[in-house]
Design a protein around this ligand. Structure first.
Ligand code: SAH
Length: 189
């Protein structure tokens, strides 16, 4: 967290709030997550250097940069659904010196081209954990995602794949993320 300059991942008009522990608007109805929320997710993820990660919801690229600090940039793929937002995340990361693979697409389908993953981490709220994510997680891997029946309130779920067909699911802190929109998520915004 000390190494990643959050002010480089927020739009100009909210830059003076960059070091408040709150989500901030990044345009197109989306938000950069609050640092404390990301910290909880990263603790749950318990990543080590070189582990393969799929991040769903690049947004500003801030979480992507934090992930890159932990695993190294080459083992991360981050997917963003919005055509208008994808360049924002990509450019922020580039300007801050993180060379991470960013793709545009529907992350509810995972990203099979680089599967399987040690961790799939989502920063948008899903109605339930997409089947595609389960298929693309290694045995020993985990999925960290906000899950809830309402679009505005979720609980943070950690799903660990402890065997080919065996999952351990734990429900953590209540949270409020923007909706995960796509084929295996919410159907529209
Ligand atoms: N971690 C980001 C959070 C951005 S908000 C940050 O700190 O900046 C969540 C993002 O998820 C939004 O950019 C939204 O467009 C994106 N998103 C929503 N549904 C998605 C999907 N199906 N695939 C990929 N990205 C998605």
């Amino acid at each position: 967290f000390l190494r990643v300059p959050r002010e480089r991942f927020v739009p100009e008009d909210v830059r003076t709030s960059a070091y408040e522990d709150v989500p901030l608007p990044i345009g197109h109805g989306q938000t950069i997550s609050a640092p404390s929320m990301i910290a909880i997710m990263l603790e749950e993820a318990a990543l080590t250097r070189g582990e393969k990660v799929l991040e769903v919801g690049t947004g500003s690229g801030y979480t992507t940069a934090l992930l890159a600090e932990i695993t190294g940039p080459e083992s991360i793929v981050s997917i963003e659904r919005l055509l208008e937002l994808e360049p924002f995340g990509r450019e922020n990361l580039h300007a801050a010196g993180y060379e991470v693979r960013i793709v545009r697409g529907d992350g509810t389908l995972g990203f099979p081209q680089e599967a399987p993953y040690d961790c799939i981490l989502a920063t948008a709220g899903a109605p339930k954990i997409p089947k595609a994510w389960k298929e693309q997680t290694k045995v020993g891997g985990r999925i960290i995602a906000p899950v809830g029946r309402s679009r505005l309130s979720q609980v943070l779920v950690t799903a660990r794949r402890v065997g080919p067909e065996k999952w351990e699911i734990t429900e953590g802190t209540p949270c409020a993320f923007v909706p995960l929109v796509g084929e295996q998520g919410w159907r529209r915004e």
